[in-house]
Design a protein around this ligand. Structure first.
Ligand SMILES: Nc1ncnc2c1ncn2[C@@H]1O[C@H](COP(=O)(O)OP(=O)(O)OP(=O)(O)O)[C@@H](O)[C@H]1O
Length: 437
């Protein structure tokens, strides 16, 4: 295994989603701690194993041939040998010597109601307590909830909180990431499909709507849902009825809906980018999640919480110096709680002893803060650009990959979208999300 993979492994630990790195021989080279937790398998057991059950005739092999990133939903087995449904995104990774690897982010699509909540919501500021109160009220009502807030403020955690305090708590909490639904994928992923409905539909499959029956469907990044697909969602929400693609039977599901977005949906409605009827349907109970800079009294508690988690991973308790804590409180946290957690993770890696001092604390700059569009050649994708650090690791890879294409094609979106095998519209959304516009 090359040195670069070791460097990559420590980078992976800053990634909150399960992440796996696969080599060109289609065997697993590295996984992060989030992956071990999600699947209940240790890295020692998994490294060196085949990439998946279909090794050699699979998405991984295809990526090594085409070098094209992919996204979609796939199954994988956990330690209990039970199949789990995953949202995956795969990317080509090149190390400094030009060796090719595959990085795949894998988020579990649903969490069973019987599984205890992994992490509670921490905070005691006035605005946090007001938020918690609103979430509790929302949980008691069947009305759809719209969570509005900047990236990293805890919208997903808030959605899970609503689910666990609602009458649907014993049902599934199903996450539908709308950034993954292109025009083609939406219907079959949300409503399922019958065997033979389209090329590649080898067997029938339940959609996310059906999986969430008697539970909660969390529609994350609802602002990214393609306009053409919005009436289909509206219809299903209004009637609770839907049909699988290629199916003739009308099915019914009782689904509690929570949506989230960092976009200004009302403004999108005004600009004709989001349907007004769907907007009103989804935003019956809108809740603003305040950014971390507006709830600074929560910082010491959050720091304690994350240090406890990091300390138990390292096997010894961690503390922070007073000057270190002051430095954290004074920062503006554009990436919110996610940025705070990543910052502490890096500080913990840089600290010699068990106390984090101010010198080990480094703040990340976002792409949006940089004056220039980052021009990172693809072959330097492991050397993360300074201005990209508060994106997730996965987003950094994606941003550096697309930045390489922007340079190659001098910003011509048609050519870039063609090379990435995505629509120009999808490319546009990605450029916005990664602040590459
Ligand atoms: N109140 C909180 N207490 C503890 N951890 C939190 C809290 N809020 C958020 N986090 C943690 O911060 C990280 C980001 O949270 P989350 O993914 O819910 O944010 P988000 O608003 O959905 O982000 P995005 O819009 O980018 O998807 C997660 O690791 C989450 O566990």
């Amino acid at each position: 295994m090359s040195q670069s993979i070791f460097k990559l492994e420590s980078l992976l630990e800053t990634h909150e989603q399960p992440f796996v790195v696969i080599g060109p021989d289609l065997h697993v080279l590295a996984v992060n701690q989030a992956w071990e937790t999600a699947f209940g398998i240790t890295r020692d057991q998994h490294i060196g194993q085949p990439c998946c059950d279909h090794q050699g005739n699979c998405r991984h092999q295809q990526l090594f041939q085409s070098l094209e990133p992919y996204a979609g939903m796939f199954e994988a087995k956990g330690e209990d040998n039970v199949k789990k449904l995953l949202n995956v995104r795969g990317y080509p990774l090149l190390d400094a010597d030009g060796r090719l690897y595959l990085g795949e982010s894998q988020s579990l699509l649903h969490k069973s109601g019987s599984v205890p909540q992994q992490a509670g919501m921490v905070g005691n500021s006035e605005s946090f307590l007001r938020l918690k109160n609103k979430l509790q009220q929302a949980a008691q009502m069947p009305a759809p909830v719209l969570l509005l807030g900047e990236t990293g403020t805890g919208k997903e955690l808030a959605a899970e909180f609503i689910h666990r305090h609602s009458q649907s708590a014993q049902g599934e909490f199903v996450i539908a990431d709308c950034t993954l639904f292109g025009e083609d994928l939406f219907e079959s992923e949300l409503f399922g499909h019958e065997k033979g409905a389209f090329t590649g539909a080898a067997s029938s499959k339940k959609g996310l709507f059906e999986l969430a029956d008697n539970g909660t469907l969390f529609l994350d990044e609802i602002g990214e849902l393609p306009f053409s697909q919005q009436p289909k969602l509206l219809r299903a929400l209004e009637s609770g009825q839907f049909r699988r693609v290629g199916g003739t039977t009308t099915l019914k599901a009782t689904v509690r809906v929570v949506c989230a977005t960092h976009r200004n949906l009302a403004e999108m409605v005004r600009q004709g980018q989001f349907r007004e009827d769907l907007f009103y349907r989804l935003s019956v109970f809108p809740i603003d999640i305040p950014p971390l800079r507006e709830r600074k009294p929560d910082i010491p508690l959050l720091v304690d919480f994350f240090l406890q988690q990091l300390g138990s991973l390292r096997g010894n308790p961690l503390t922070i110096s007073r000057a270190g804590l002051v430095k954290l409180i004074q920062h503006a946290w554009p990436g919110n709680i996610r940025e705070l957690r990543n910052c502490l993770q890096l500080a913990c890696g840089l600290s010699q002893g068990n106390t984090i001092d101010e010198d080990s604390i480094h703040f990340m700059r976002r792409v949006g803060d940089a004056v220039e569009v980052p021009k990172v050649p693809v072959d330097e994708s492991l050397a993360v650009h300074e201005s990209m650090r508060s994106l997730t690791v996965l987003e950094q890879y994606e941003a550096s990959f697309i930045a390489g294409l922007l340079e190659k094609y001098q910003g011509n979106r048609k050519l870039i979208a063609a090379e990435m095998n995505v629509s120009e519209r999808t490319l546009y959304r990605k450029l916005n999300r990664l602040n590459l516009n």
